[in-house]
Design a protein around this ligand. Structure first.
Ligand code: ADP
Ligand code: MG
Length: 309
């Protein structure tokens, strides 16, 4: 790599690497991240490609923040304690304004999630960002998809369908009032990974997953892995006032059930458990298979991409 590119790395990325568990950050052949005795490493990687996972003209700050959120959400779903992340960035050209803004988006995510940027890779090519997250789990605990028991109650965090509403706005299919538009686009561009909730659920939730592909599709993964049926009551879905400003109730419910990119958590608790703050009970676990929401909804709504943007 030419010297100029090293100085780019040091200008835009190397200052984001400090953290309690970081023994060695950007600048050597590997980063060194410390685990406490007996802890286990949880790791996952997620790639976002311009024109596929986000519109090509998205603000670089949002691209950075959202890519980290999507990856961090997988740590949340496992109940892992964030340790750090690496970012593999492919950019078509050395655009310093773009890199500066992208680095600001990463910085916001680093501090919000306490997820230092300990290393990465920088290459030239069509714009894409891969974020690998590292987290710690105790020796004997993890949130898995496979532990749901008949009789458990099903919960979700936050509100559902906001990112799907934002997608309709971006595709110019819906034009809500200004305040609602701003809120929904913020939910799409700046989704919040529920890392604190995930760690709080460790030891109490019997199963968990993050909602990246839509509630019905992701709940179906819990059902399949646990060998149970998840029954979801569409009247209980937590919906934002902004989403509810849409005139068609059926569309709202479909977005909440099938829209992806919300990065909320869906999890199961034994009956009678206290609901953690900011979560809503939406159904229960029964014997059987699959997900039942009492509505005929096609979960395979198709893969959305942004190549026409
Ligand atoms: P190597 O050739 O040993 O893989 P590189 O030349 O790719 O190392 O990178 C030099 C250093 O800069 C490494 O510590 C690497 O982790 C870090 N780095 C490279 N690109 C990024 C990036 N986009 N974000 C954070 N750190 C990066
Ligand atoms: Mg090396």
């Amino acid at each position: 790599m030419p010297l100029a590119e090293f100085s780019l790395i040091y200008r835009y990325f190397s200052h984001l690497g400090g953290g309690d568990a970081v023994d060695l950050s950007v600048g050597d052949d590997c980063a060194i991240v410390r685990l406490e005795a007996g802890e286990r490493l949880a790791t996952s990687v997620d790639t976002m490609v311009a024109g596929v996972h986000f519109p090509k003209d998205s603000f670089p700050e949002d691209i950075g923040f959202r890519a980290v959120s999507a990856a961090a959400s997988d740590l949340a779903a496992m109940g892992a304690r964030p340790l750090g992340m690496t970012v593999a960035l492919t950019v078509p050209e050395t655009d310093e304004l773009w890199l500066h803004a992208f680095s600001e988006g990463l910085a916001a995510a680093v501090s919000e999630y306490r997820l230092p940027l300990v290393g990465g890779d920088t290459t030239r090519g069509p714009l894409s960002i891969s974020v690998q997250v590292l987290g710690a789990l105790p020796p004997d605990q993890a949130l898995l998809r496979s532990g749901a028991q008949v009789g458990d109650e099903v919960y979700v965090s936050g509100t559902l369908g906001d990112a799907a509403g934002a997608l309709a706005i971006l595709k110019q299919q819906w034009r809500p009032a200004a305040g609602h538009t701003e809120y929904l686009l913020e939910r799409f561009n700046r989704p919040r990974a529920r890392l604190d909730l995930g760690q709080q659920l460790l030891g109490s939730a019997t199963a968990a997953i993050d909602i990246s592909d839509g509630l019905l599709a992701d709940a179906a993964h819990i059902a399949a892995a646990s060998g149970v049926r998840l029954c979801i009551d569409p009247d209980r879905l937590p919906l934002s006032p902004a989403l509810c400003s849409h005139e068609n109730r059926e569309t709202i419910v479909r977005w909440a059930l099938t829209g992806g990119d919300d990065y909320e958590l869906c999890f199961c608790l034994p009956p009678g458990s206290a609901a953690p703050a900011g979560t809503t009970r939406i159904g229960r676990v029964e014997a059987g298979e699959g997900v039942d929401c009492g509505l005929a909804i096609d979960t395979a709504t198709g893969y959305q991409h942004f190549s026409d943007q």
